[in-house]
Design a protein around this ligand. Sequence first.
Ligand code: UDP
Length: 327
Amino acid sequence: MRVFVTGGAGYVGSACLRHLLAEGHEAMAYDNLIQGHAAAIPGDRLIQGDILNREALAEAINGFAPDAVMHFAAATCVGESVEDPDFHYHNNIEGTRTLLNAMRETGVKRLLFSSTCATYGMSLKCPMNEDSPQEPFSPYARTKLTVEWMIRDFAEAYGLGFTLLRYFNAAGASPDGAHGEAHDPESHLIPIVLQVPNGQRESVTVFGRDYPTPDGTCIRDYIHVDDLASAHLLAIQATTADTREVFNIGTGTGASVMDVISACEKATGKTIPQVLGVRRPGDPPALVADPAKLKGVLGWEPQYPTIESVVETAWEWHRKHPRGYRE
Ligand code: UDP
């Protein structure tokens, strides 16, 4: 297959691109490099450009002549989406509309879209399946749900096969420690916790211990980024010009903030001091996937089913690259 990957230099996009190449497919990243890292992918697999630039995008798609598109390019920071919703709506909605029109122009009929479990509601029972009601609680999540609907409408009107993938919490790094998570500023739990044993921070602040969970801290489903990538490959292979599909991607097992800190202590052999902080606005108590459909329909199985196995790979990356890709 030849796959065009928007946002292909980002954390999840680059893992998918590397996985496609490793499995013998052709892949090309299209990325504006504002959040992405050129070093995350082989240099000849990158076209630097913005999805809002329709001419450049159509030219890049035409030049590469893909069978399918994986669409990751988006603004993803939840806090920023509250402060500057215009940026998120413009980037995510207008950016996707531009991509869909460029695909129409160039005749590409298969699309995989990177959506999120954040489109599900705040207080739902876990685990969540694909039919759980969608009541997004941040501007970021609302842009993702809007894009899901836009893709459905374009598919009906103009003929397009699509698969929507709703991720839970992407985490971990390539097992050789060569590629991993590097956000600036960093807001995600595992990289922040690992900054303590790396000597970059004194302690980790736990955002609330009064949630209705067994230890009082929030529960998330941390899915290894390589397991996300293998789900993407299975999904794109199953997507034809008639497909209208949606899958959750998660392990089905939740880990609390305290479970993550314990796993990091185990992986690093160091004690990680904690400070109790207030709840972070908009954090749901628990988000855990029901991956039954992904396993049943696509035959997917995670290689990293436990939080310990995910954190071990993350530590290998952060230990070797304390400054991420900035070296
Ligand atoms: N969290 C925390 N301290 C931090 C960062 C995150 O307690 O410094 C918590 C956060 O409240 C959430 C969980 O860790 O319950 C995962 O947060 P993250 O930002 O990694 O992912 P999210 O679930 O928001 O996508």
